[in-house]
Design a protein around this ligand. Structure first.
Ligand code: RIB
Ligand code: CA
Length: 316
């Protein structure tokens, strides 16, 4: 087997972030070297504590966690997503504290250090607001140049928004950061609502990994609030594990069908703030084109996630 790809996850756990981190730990194709945390679903202190605890849940408190930005680059967020993820961010589930100490370096420094030291290209998966990634581009461009692939969960080409009618949450939480990232030359794959919304994890899938061992049982408990929120708000009998689809693309490149597109973000203060405007008139040849995911085999992606979580749960 080839050398596993070095992986960094930048995250705002967050229920689907937690599942995405577990998926990465369950996947031998990647080697999770660092988790960096960012404000988002809940505040930075909580996203950071949650990242430490999710890694500990999976027996991987050896993976360093470095805390990043506590807010957006320019304008404060109007609200967070505690009503979706629970006030503490993990669906009301209190995980045991991790014995690991937080990495003392700021996230951007830890990320730059790893990128500059890695002999292999590093895949970075960003599944929260893009503040840390934008700061890396600004402060350590030489490190950003060492990113092999940046896989972003965020935005929407034609699927509307989820936090407003126009905007997806991660782009909306820091539009200026998203604009900086999508206009950079870093090879970027955009995993937006167009492919995440159709990819629904149903009760049967949750039941399979919940029954496979303690890690799966806890993951199922964390998802329970998300399931209830989806049923009450979307009438959907299942959950959209947005962030896990981004990790799936990182683990198995090509899972999603992508097209190079020019993407701009509405950084105004009006009703469409945070909207990602994807130019779908023709594929882009620009060096800053974003590889926008436009098609997904949702049943296959769900089965991949469930089978990997069953494997991980069985190790617990
Ligand atoms: O729109 C979905 C994204 O917003 C996911 O990353 C979820 O965790 C929330 O942060
Ligand atoms: Ca997230």
């Amino acid at each position: 087997m080839e050398q596993p790809t070095p992986l960094v996850i930048d995250t705002d756990p967050g229920i689907d972030d937690a599942v995405a981190i577990l998926l990465a730990l369950a996947s031998p194709e990647v080697d999770l070297r660092l988790v960096t945390t960012v404000h988002g679903n809940v505040d930075l202190a909580r996203t950071t504590e949650n990242a430490l605890r999710v890694l500990h849940l999976a027996g991987r408190s050896d993976v360093p966690v470095a805390a990043g930005a506590r807010g957006p680059l320019v304008h404060p967020m109007a609200e967070r997503a505690g009503h979706v993820h629970g006030a503490a961010g993990l669906g009301g589930v209190e995980l045991p504290p991790s014995p690991a100490a937080l990495d003392p370096r700021p996230a951007v420094v830890a990320l730059a250090d790893l990128l500059l030291a890695s002999e292999q290209p590093v895949t970075v998966v960003a599944i929260g607001p893009l503040t840390n990634i934008a700061l890396l581009l600004a402060v350590h461009p030489e490190a950003a140049d060492r990113i092999g692939r940046l896989v972003v969960m965020g935005g929407s080409a034609g699927a509307g928004g989820n936090v407003t009618a126009a905007a997806e949450f991660n782009a909306w939480a820091d539009p200026e950061a998203a604009q900086a990232v999508f206009s950079s030359p870093v090879p970027t794959v955009l995993v937006g609502l167009d492919v995440t919304l159709p990819t629904v994890l149903g009760e049967d899938g949750v039941a399979r990994f919940a029954a496979a061992g303690p890690i799966g049982e806890t993951a199922g408990a964390i998802l329970r609030q998300y399931m209830d929120h989806a049923r009450e708000n979307y009438g959907v009998d299942g959950v959209v594990v947005h962030d896990a689809l981004a990790v799936t693309e990182a683990v198995v490149p090509g899972t999603l069908t992508t097209v190079p597109r020019d993407v701009v973000v509405d950084t105004g203060l009006g009703a469409s703030r945070g909207q990602t405007l994807v130019d779908r008139r023709a594929p882009s040849g620009s060096p800053t084109a974003v590889h926008v995911a436009e098609r997904v085999d949702s049943p296959a992606a769900v089965e991949f996630l469930v089978s990997r979580l069953v494997d991980l749960a069985g190790r617990g």
